[in-house]
Design a protein around this ligand. Structure first.
Ligand SMILES: C[S@@+](CC[C@H](N)C(=O)[O-])C[C@H]1O[C@@H](n2cnc3c(N)ncnc32)[C@H](O)[C@@H]1O
Length: 217
């Protein structure tokens, strides 16, 4: 594979997103191996994009079932094609979930169905109000002992954790796309409060990313 960094393009089927996913999937898998349930359960991914992550992780957890989702239904065929190519029999067909539209998950009839919910690299390329959708969706769909894992670059108490993330934030803003830019972990914590969710753990990940783990208080 070409290792050169493609130019920024958040489209889920872009070369850039594939490049980022190939770099981050192994470190993310290592965290999931530690955190995901050792017994049976169903795991929901929000904003699955191409489906490269969920399909890469699923064969490592044969005791679990994986549910991909996205608000962009055009990626669904890609997710299904990868599942088929890899013969992943523990990956469901994708669901339509839009974090800005509560009805898309309220109507799912899957209340408290999931042992864990995870999402990768959505917050910096989406408006800040998706944080509210993320927490509301989690509160609705997660089971009692479940947890939410959010992976990506974030600010910490108003500051960037590296010069490269400061630069990345500038590039995101320069695109003019509404709401793009690094969000603050403190803000996510605040939004989680009314949903009875609390940040339980912050894990430093390669390339100045974080894994944030929220669970019920
Ligand atoms: C940068 S891509 C990341 C895709 C994938 N998680 C990855 O890391 O390769 C951002 C994803 O967020 C999804 N997304 C953006 N806004 C969303 C929303 N309001 N609800 C659900 N998904 C959303 C996009 O469709 C896209 O798949």
């Amino acid at each position: 594979m070409n290792q050169e960094k493609p130019s920024l393009n958040p489209h889920p089927l872009s070369e850039y997103v594939a490049w980022a996913g190939t770099r981050n999937r192994e470190p993310i898998l290592n965290v999931l191996k530690e955190k995901l349930p050792k017994e049976s359960g169903v795991i929901l991914e929000i904003a699955s994009g191409s489906g490269m992550h969920i399909n890469y992780f699923a064969p490592h957890f044969k005791h679990l079932l994986f549910q991909p989702s996205d608000y962009d239904t055009e990626v669904f065929d890609n997710i299904k094609n990868i599942s088929e190519e890899l013969a992943n029999d523990n990956v469901y067909d994708p669901l339509y979930i839009d974090l800005t539209k509560p009805k898309t998950w309220v109507n799912l009839d899957k209340k408290n169905a999931y042992s864990a919910i995870f999402c990768i690299n959505i917050f910096h390329v989406a408006p800040i109000y998706i944080a509210d959708g993320m927490m509301e969706c989690t509160a609705e769909l997660l089971n009692e002992n479940g947890f939410l894992l959010i992976y990506g670059p974030f600010k910490v108490d108003g500051a960037f954790n590296s010069e490269s993330n400061k630069w990345f934030n500038k590039i995101l803003h320069s695109t003019g796309a509404p709401g793009w830019g690094l969000k603050d972990i403190a803000y996510l914590k605040k939004v989680a409060e009314p949903y009875n969710l609390k940040l339980q753990e912050t894990i430093d990940m390669p390339s100045n990313n974080f894994f944030l783990i929220f669970a019920r208080k």
